[in-house]
Write a protein that binds this ligand. Structure first.
Ligand SMILES: C[S@@+](CC[C@H](N)C(=O)[O-])C[C@H]1O[C@@H](n2cnc3c(N)ncnc32)[C@H](O)[C@@H]1O
Length: 277
């Protein structure tokens, strides 16, 4: 079992991650093209009224709010209080009540076995120490409960975006693993082991048609997506900003499946749902 790095180093790392996710405008990314993912995970987990549900790395509640609308008793947890605050506003508009708890997925402040469903939509994959985060998902879910994950795949578009940004980004901290690995079935099976019997594992595609021109997608990420903003700031420091912009433009051209003036991207993700032993 991997150990979580503790102490000052870990709190500085998490503070950097928190600031990164609070930068840009992640809530507008959800509204522009990510909204379908939350309800998709809620359906895959078959969330019902009365269940105690924990959404890990919930952001603005893209999965938590649809779960609460099903009548579940939902706790939305995330490292970034700014995103939880935006989620609270969204929930109020929708007329549902949830608990919003700022916490690190690698050290969740919840009792063992205290939830019927523990889920994460493109969320827990961004905690740097995968085994520590997986152990927390398992610990907080009751035996017989459901663990559901929706993660970008390494072979899909987000995996390729992280490979494109990698050479420009600040070096990853020691022991950190790459987020899209959570979209690999073998990796998820290794992390969860015999503690979770996966009954649903499938790849799906999010069709993105929100952008007129392919390169608008890259510009949108440079302005609003924390990891891209961090890579761009680091590239600027190294005098390589233009090189990054060119690499992102080429990436967008390569992944565009649309027609001139109507860009279309297929973003692949893995859904993995299982029962806690
Ligand atoms: C791509 S967003 C996904 C948010 C949300 N689940 C959704 O579907 O829109 C990734 C989220 O992971 C959160 N995150 C990153 N590292 C984390 C950590 N160590 N613990 C908890 N949340 C974390 C970020 O704050 C951000 O909200």
């Amino acid at each position: 079992m991997a150990t979580v790095s503790t102490g000052t180093f870990d709190s500085e790392l998490k503070a950097r991650h928190r600031a990164m996710w609070a930068s840009g405008d992640y809530p507008s990314m959800v509204e522009t093209f990510l909204t379908p993912l939350g309800p998709e995970l809620v359906r895959a987990c078959e969330i019902r009224a009365g269940q105690r549900v924990l959404d890990v790395a919930a952001g603005t509640g893209n999965a938590s709010i649809p779960a609460a609308r099903q009548g579940a008793d939902v706790t939305a947890s995330d490292l970034t209080p700014e995103l939880l605050e935006a989620g609270r506003g969204r929930a109020q508009e929708t007329g549902v009540e949830l608990d919003w708890v700022a916490s690190d997925a690698e050290r969740l402040p919840f009792e063992d076995a205290s939830f019927d469903v523990v889920m994460s939509a493109i969320g827990v994959m961004f905690a740097p120490h995968h085994q520590a985060a997986a152990d927390e998902l398992v610990r907080t879910c009751r035996p017989g409960g459901t663990i559901g994950l929706l993660s970008w795949t390494p072979e899909g578009m987000l995996g390729a975006l992280f490979r494109t940004m990698g050479p420009f980004a600040p070096p990853p901290p020691p022991g950190a693993q790459s987020p899209p690995l959570w979209g690999s079935e073998a990796h998820v099976r290794e992390l969860l082991g015999a503690r979770v019997e996966l009954h649903t594992v499938r790849r799906q595609v999010l069709d993105v048609t929100a952008f007129e021109h392919a390169r608008d997608y890259g510009a949108f990420f440079r302005a609003r997506y924390g990891p891209t903003i961090a890579a761009q700031a680091n590239a600027r420091k190294d005098g390589r900003e233009e090189e990054l912009v060119a690499a992102l433009d080429a990436f967008c051209d390569e992944w565009d499946r649309g027609a001139p003036g109507r860009a279309r991207f297929e973003m692949e993700y893995l859904i993995a749902v299982g029962t806690r032993a």
